[in-house]
Ligand binder design. Structure first.
Ligand code: GRF
Length: 203
C-alpha cells in the first residue's frame, strides 16, 4: 500500500513507519510526507529516508478552505491508499475528507472517546485516570470521533508528569500504529458503520 504521512512535529510516529517499511514484507511504503510548517524534525526524518516532502502552511492561503483544497490535491497527486496523520495538528476540511474519507487515519494519545482534542495526555493526568493509552481511528468530520481501528493501554504512574506520561504513551502508540497500518496494508479493510473489517483489498 502507498502511504502519505502528515506531520507537524518530532515525527517519531513517522520514523516508526519508515523503519517498518524498510522490510518489504511489511506491505507498505511511505511515498510522501506532508507538513503544515517547516523546520520540523518530521520533515528532516523524511528527507533522510529519501522520501519526497511538501509543506502547506495555512497562512500561505487566502482561506482555510483553499488550504484544505490544496492539501487534498497535493496528497492525491501521490495516489495514496492510506493517509496517516501522525501528530499532524490540523483538522481536515471537507475537500480532504471528500477525497480521503474512510482511508484517512489519525493517532491520538488517549483512549477515545475519553480525552479528545489537543491535550490527550494532560487531560487524562488532570482527570486522575489510572489507565490511558492511544487510539488509531478513521478521521471523520468531528474532532477525534471516527470509527476506532486500534487501541493500546498505558498505566498512569503516581509520579507521572505530562511529559513522562506522554512519552510512555508515544512508545505504545508507535507500536500500535505500525501494527495496525501493516495489517490494513497487507489484508485490506473496509469500514462498516463504526467497525473495521479486514480482508478487502486496499486498491
Ligand atoms: C503523538 O502522541 C500524537 O498522537 C500526538 O502528537 C504526538 C506526535 O508525536 N497528537 P510525533 O511527532 O510522532 O513524535
Amino acid at each position: 500500500a502507498r502511504l502519505v504521512v502528515l506531520v507537524s512535529g518530532a515525527g517519531t510516529n513517522l520514523q516508526a513507519l519508515l523503519d517498518a517499511c524498510a522490510d518489504p514484507s511489511y506491505g507498505a511504503r511511505v511515498v510522501a510526507v506532508g507538513a503544515d510548517r517547516d523546520d520540523i524534525e518530521g520533515l528532516a526524518r523524511a528527507e533522510r529516508a529519501g522520501v519526497p516532502t511538501f509543506v502547506k502552511k495555512v497562512g500561505q492561503f487566502s482561506s482555510r478552505e483553499s488550504w484544505d483544497r490544496a492539501m487534498a490535491e497535493t496528497v492525491a497527486g501521490f495516489e495514496p491508499d492510506l493517509v496517516v496523520s501522525a501528530g499532524f495538528m490540523k483538522l481536515a476540511g471537507e475537500h480532504f475528507l471528500a477525497r480521503f474519507g474512510g482511508r484517512y487515519v489519525n493517532t491520538h494519545p488517549a483512549l477515545l472517546p475519553s480525552f479528545p482534542g489537543m491535550h490527550g495526555a494532560a487531560d487524562a493526568l488532570d482527570y486522575g485516570v489510572r489507565v490511558t493509552g492511544a487510539t488509531l481511528f478513521i478521521v471523520d468530520a468531528g474532532v477525534d470521533t471516527g470509527p476506532i481501528l486500534a487501541q493500546t493501554v498505558v498505566a498512569v504512574e503516581d509520579d507521572d508528569t505530562v511529559e513522562s506520561l506522554h512519552e510512555r504513551i508515544k512508545g505504545a502508540e508507535r507500536e500500535m500504529l505500525v501494527d495496525a497500518v501493516g495489517r490494513m496494508s497487507r489484508e485490506g479493510f473496509r469500514i462498516e458503520g463504526r467497525k473495521v473489517r479486514y480482508g478487502a483489498p486496499v486498491h
